[in-house]
Write a protein that binds this ligand. Sequence first.
Ligand code: ZN
Length: 413
Amino acid sequence: MNLREKTAERLMRYARIDTQSSNESRTTPTTSRQFDLARVLKEELESIGVPQVIYDEKNCVVIGKIPGNVPGARSLGLIAHMDVSPDAPSAGVRPWILKDYRGGDIVLNEEKQIVMREADYANLRQYVGDDLILTDGTTLLGADDKAAVSELMTLAEYLLAHPEVPHGLVALAFTPDEEVGGLAKDLDFGQFEAQSAYTVDGDHLGYYADETFYAYAAKVRITGLSVHPGTAKGIMKNAADIACEYMRLLPQTEKPQYTEGREGYDHVHRMSGDCEHAEIELILRDFDYATMQRRLRELEDIADLLNAKYGPGTVTVESEEQYRNMKEIIDTAPHLIANLRQAMQECGIEPKTAPFRGGTDGAALSWRGLPCPNISAGYENAHGRMEYVSVQAMEATVRILIRLCEICGKQQG
Ligand SMILES: [Zn+2]
């Protein structure tokens, strides 16, 4: 089997293993089914002959290391996540391959008449002539991020079969719970050993990201005063009403539905309330640190204004940092982006970048001391039933990673 077939075969196999993580669970990992894939990966790393395999059974982290064959060469770390999103059904994934896609709509499920329409998914047009791995329209595929898991495994197998490829230490890590903010918190840097890394997780072949949002979560609590509505005049303070007033005072054009590119936003993702109590939950996102501070101040300013109107303590605000923009840290290790761009170009892929409008495990890892930009894994329509990946895009990603190994193999690090 060649690189393309091997990577496809792996994804077909891994996709069938349900590894959905959970937002509700407080355990590590959030769901025990993630161990099902972890065990498969551990055994597969051993069976293809990866010399060092570390399985952290408690935290569900699998590490495979291939020592360098060039003394003193730069190490390369690559990280993919094993879980799939809780946003779509994940049980009973039935992946299938459409060979040589000719363009047009794709019938995913004849019986249920589920069709992926080219008109709705313009990204299909760039894959005419490719082999696509698809769902049956009733579940997600999990190519986010099992396409990357497959790519990393095939890379390891290739390096072991081709000792003539010069490389430093190549360390692979498979981690749980990325989709629910796990932030690869249990990846042990000592065991991982690589000095810098890439997460391989993202859509559109050829894209990479060295910039993420600064992210905060905030909770606004409103305490009202409930009395009998018939005799409430001048006395009642309706917390639900005050919550609506609070939301109207937020910057009205700085919401997810009105922003793109480098624009930040405040997003109310939940609100609840009655006359006595109300609560607003928001997330704040911005690429710029100073603007993020302004957003946080605004939340306080609105509270002050409403407290002046309704009495001290009516509105309180609590906020906490979720993750930080990794750019500051990535910039301290400029070889990461330079090498990646070179590898892509040498593989005939035009490198493209855009600030990533979200967070990545790499953002958290970067701030913990492991600079870690993100490379696309090549999948499309993640987190939904129309998810798919081109087998050729996965193969191209493996080739980029092989080239990256060679480039690092020629550098001292
Ligand atoms: Zn992902």
